[in-house]
Design a protein around this ligand. Structure first.
Ligand code: B12
Length: 464
């Protein structure tokens, strides 16, 4: 029996990834540091078992292999848990191998990289958790405490010494009632260090909150539906308000980024939420991500209600302005028209709008990609986020394109077009003046941030 008293969670940074993310993305990531909410949910689950835990976020504190070994030795941890994603998988495996060489501490892993459980286990990881980890981690602790067998824990893979095989247990059902979860256990020292220099309306200290899990859409490039299942689960407004009360009174939070795949799918929920937040009279602003089809029919009312409740920014996952490409990625060809209306109405309500596009989707040609920027130049969101397709293992695109993934040179070309079109967008006088005006209204102090980090911003705009 291995008594667990202290757990270290490691979040490997993209900047140090040895595969396969491009330099452009890692520069962009340096301009924002987001809390690792999933790990804070796990910390909350461990606290309910009176187990201490810490997150070592490599995006905040850089450490190499030796540094990590030093951290683990000094902290005297009894268990190490890795957050994994496809981009940082190789780096994670290197870390795991190094820990195995130097320490005898058991290692577990979870997160979207769990589909690579074979590689993780072969490198020395004992247990890999699939999907939601909030309940699974508690049972993994029970296993280490001798109160549970591995084969009785749903939603994991592990190496079975008897059969000398990697075994997987049956899938775990999704948590039915998200209100039953403890609120994420946030570390006040880390909260102060997170920032997002792209989102100029954002003021520090800020945190992220999830008001729902999963996404009802099935976009071919995304892995949300394969990871979280097809079900969209929403927390009650009361439960979300309780968490907001906790972070505002506990940490003086000024800004919240709702990182739901799609925020407030249901209009009644949104209305109740906006009324509740208004009633509280907090000095608090927030932002969220919406789908172009969100609140169809009731957009004007939705956006003015949101603005009144403190929403200062909406990010729309537009992805493409071309009907054929939209069909290819399982999206609705009517979206560009709907999005144009959303952008107009959200801006009218005083909300900063960012529209996000992926270049290099199935069916994309130079013309369809050009169509994206032409659409933006006409609909005029305050900001655009043009990025190239990263083919995510587990997504429909990865399955359909298994044998014809984009070559490195094609990917490089898409990245270059992203940069070129981003420059073109912001150099248009009407777009630049709209942006400057909005910054002056929302947060003029952001200009100091821009000057301070000018080399990084310029690097992004000058990538060739
Ligand atoms: C906010 C966010 C970010 C933030 C913060 C990262 C974070 N993970 O917290 C930032 C900006 C840093 C980021 C960066 C990137 N992201 Co991101 N991000 C998200 C987003 C929108 C929310 C993450 C979140 O909080 N989820 C909610 C919590 C509750 O879930 P969770 O973090 O997965 O944790 C749960 C389980 O996974 C599990 N679990 C997680 N870790 C562990 C560890 C152990 C030991 C155990 C037992 C369990 C366990 O238990 C947790 C609680 O249930 C997700 C989409 C999504 N819906 O998840 C994309 C997502 C995770 N990101 C994605 C991608 C692609 C990226 C980037 C590569 C983007 C880029 N090109 O730059 C980088 C990669 C950075 C990296 N180091 O890996 C993909 C990952 C795809 C994949 N298969 O790997 C996702 C799924 C988006 C998508 N729909 O495709 N991201």
């Amino acid at each position: 029996m291995h008594k667990i008293k202290r757990v270290a969670f490691i979040y490997p940074a993209l900047e140090n990834a040895v595969f396969p993310c491009n330099k452009f993305q890692s520069v962009a990531q340096r301009l924002m540091r987001r809390p690792k909410l999933g790990l804070d949910y796990l910390r909350a689950a461990l606290m309910e078992k009176e187990i201490e835990s810490r997150v070592f976020d490599q995006t905040l504190t850089d450490f190499d292999n030796d540094g990590l070994i030093g951290i683990l030795k000094k902290g005297n941890f009894d268990l190490v848990g890795f957050y994994t994603s496809f981009c940082t998988l190789k780096q994670t495996i290197l870390f795991i191998q190094e820990i195995k060489k130097n320490l005898s501490v058991p290692i577990i892993a979870g997160g979207p990289g769990c589909i690579h459980y074979n590689e993780l286990i072969e490198s020395g990881c004992e247990i890999v958790c699939h999907g939601e980890g909030d309940r699974t981690i508690a049972e993994i602790i029970d296993y280490y405490h001798g109160n549970k067998e591995l084969e009785g824990i749903e939603g994991i893979s592990y190496y079975d010494a008897k059969s000398r095989q990697i075994l997987s247990t049956p899938e775990r059902n999704l948590i039915g009632n998200l209100d039953s979860l403890a609120f994420p256990l946030r570390d006040p020292d880390m909260i102060r260090r997170y920032y997002d220099y792209f989102a100029y309306p954002l003021k520090k200290p800020y945190i992220t909150i999830l008001a729902s899990r999963g996404c009802p859409h099935h976009c071919a490039f995304c892995t949300s539906y394969s990871f979280w299942g097809m079900k969209y689960r929403q927390r009650s407004v009361e439960n979300v308000m309780e968490e907001i009360e906790q972070v505002v009174s506990g940490f003086g939070i000024k800004y919240i980024y709702f990182i739901d795949d799609v925020f407030a799918m249901n209009f009644d929920w949104l209305e109740k939420f906006c009324l509740s937040i208004n009633k509280k009279g907090y000095n608090l602003k927030w932002m969220c991500t919406l789908h172009p089809l969100s609140f169809q029919g009731d957009k004007a009312r939705a956006f003015s209600m949101m603005a009144e409740a403190g929403c200062t920014m909406i990010s729309f996952g537009a992805q493409s302005a071309n009907e054929g490409v939209l069909r290819n990625i399982n999206r609705d060809p009517s979206e560009p028209e709907e999005l144009a209306r959303s952008i107009y109405l959200a801006k009218k309500a005083g909300i900063t709008v960012i529209a996000s596009y992926i270049f290099g989707l199935p069916g994309d040609t130079a013309d369809t990609i050009r169509q994206n920027i032409e659409f933006c130049l006409s609909a005029k969101p305050h900001m655009v986020d043009f990025h190239s397709l990263g083919v995510l293992p587990g997504s429909k695109i990865a399955l359909d394109y298994r044998d014809k993934l984009f070559t490195e040179s094609e990917e490089l070309e898409f990245i270059q077009i992203c940069t070129r079109y981003t420059r073109e967008y912001y150099s248009r006088p009407d777009i630049a003046s709209q942006l400057l005006k909005d910054i002056l209204i929302k947060n003029p102090a952001w200009f100091f941030t821009f000057v301070r980090f000018a080399p990084l911003f310029l690097k992004l705009f000058s990538y060739r």
